[in-house]
Design a protein. Structure first.
Length: 326
């Protein structure tokens, strides 16, 4: 982390990418931080102005030139996005701690977000991904799978963990439910990065994220779960890296199961009705997430192949110039 603000309140930069990211980041336009929380500074990155509202200051916006959305087709603006990443981060400077928010199933955010994450990792900056995927159509399921694969490839490329808070739209995870969970994760991460927790400094947070620097675990795409009680935290039976915050130094600490890395701090400002927060990084549910998405894709592909067979009922050699088969 940067040492520019060692004695002050921590800062978090939210990069809202694409439709989901831009809409989510707008919730933090008036965030000033506060007791226990970092100051949040949102940036709005997209290939179209369609999701921007009048209250968003122009200096916080970056819209790529000569683009007007991607229409869920990730390759549509890939080349232009890829060549613009350094300029984006020159215009919208990273923070001490960074959160990149985007839809894994869309066309613009799912390209902008991962490439911004890649550049932040290359610069050695702390970054957490917040993303939501979906599988309501073949293209959204494909985009979600390929976005997760992109994050895994970026982790290998940069030799750094890509720590991802992943949600899946569908069922009980309605759009409003996903928004609430993303807001919960952002609040908790803002508390973690606030510089206002006793015995937990920025180097602890850095080592929690870059667990490959402090353990023998290889860097990889990893999932982040956030819990406010130990019973739930213990549902992750193979944790890699855990950061815990407690209201009371005498509280029993989370010690089972034992992670490869752990860091502990204490609230200097009480969070209402919360006695502890646990930030657990693991790969426990990653395989199941892939498998479920692949099952959905296989179902779509089977139905696609059926359509191909249907198209073969006619041979154009049988038809007249005007298309009629006589």
């Amino acid at each position: 982390m940067s040492d520019k603000n060692v004695s002050g309140v921590g800062t978090v930069r939210i990069f809202g990418c694409g439709g989901l990211g831009v809409n989510f980041a707008a919730n933090y336009l008036k965030s000033q931080g506060g007791d226990g929380f970092a100051a949040i500074d949102p940036a709005f990155i997209d290939t179209s102005r369609s999701n921007l509202t009048p209250e968003i200051p122009e200096e916080k916006i970056y819209i790529l030139d000569n683009t007007d959305g991607s229409g869920k087709v990730r390759r549509e603006n890939h080349a232009q996005i890829s060549s613009s990443i350094k300029h984006i981060l020159q215009s919208q400077q990273p923070g001490e701690f960074n959160i990149v928010v985007f839809s894994a199933s869309g066309g613009s955010g799912s390209v902008l977000g991962p490439l911004i994450v890649s550049e932040l990792l290359a610069r050695g900056l702390p970054v957490v991904v917040l993303t939501a995927g979906s599988s309501e159509s073949n293209i959204t399921a494909n985009n979600t799978v390929n976005t997760l694969k992109s994050l895994a490839a970026i982790s290998k490329k940069e030799s750094a963990p890509v720590v991802t808070y992943y949600l899946h739209n569908g069922g009980d995870n309605t759009r409003s439910a996903v928004d609430k969970k993303l807001a919960f994760a952002t609040s908790c991460l803002s508390y973690l990065a606030s510089r206002q927790n006793a015995e937990l400094d920025t180097k602890d947070v850095s080592h929690w994220l870059r667990y490959n620097h402090s353990t023998e675990v290889a860097p990889q795409l990893s999932l982040l779960d956030i819990f406010i009680d130990q019973k739930s935290a213990k549902s992750i039976t193979d944790p890699i890296s855990v950061a815990s915050l407690y209201a009371d130094r005498d509280q029993p600490h989370l010690t089972d199961p034992v992670p490869d890395y752990s860091a502990t701090g204490y609230f200097q400002h009480k969070v209402q009705d919360i006695e502890e927060i646990h930030f657990v990084i693991s790969t426990q549910h990653l395989g199941a997430t892939y498998e479920k998405l692949e099952e959905t894709r296989n179902d779509y592909n089977a139905r696609r192949d059926s359509r191909v067979q249907t198209r073969k009922i006619v041979d154009l050699d049988e038809a007249q110039d005007d298309g009629l088969v006589l």
